[in-house]
Design a protein around this ligand. Sequence first.
Ligand code: 5GP
Length: 127
Amino acid sequence: MAYAYDPQNIFAKILRGEIPCTKVHETPHSLAFHDINPQAPHHVLVIPKGPYVTFDHFAAEASDAELADFTRAVGRVAELTGCAEAAGGAGWRLLSNAGADAHQEVPHMHVHVCGGRFLGRMLNVPE
Ligand code: 5GP
């Protein structure tokens, strides 16, 4: 199945500079910025600059350079927040929602880097 990327999604607009973000980190292929509605004291979104819809789309079609850049950008963000153990923190969580069942709201591939408090168990399953 082909992935259909909508260039009018909000993160595409952030990448084009059409709407602002609070930047945390930027690399040649990735951008990290604060989530507008944080769910933890530290809540940063990391996105690839390329037009990918979901993590599986990114994994299937991104170049090795993009994949490596993104992975290192996520690790760097965990350090920059201070949540990474190497930075003296107590841990953090990496999460990526893909598709309707995961309640993905923005159809541009992104991961959430969250930390700064105890995050509890991984999933909050609805009744
Ligand atoms: P999803 O549910 O797609 O994994 O998460 C999308 C995230 O994007 C949400 O946590 C939401 O708060 C965040 N978000 C939505 N619109 C904006 C925006 O315009 N700017 C920023 N910084 N975050 C946004």
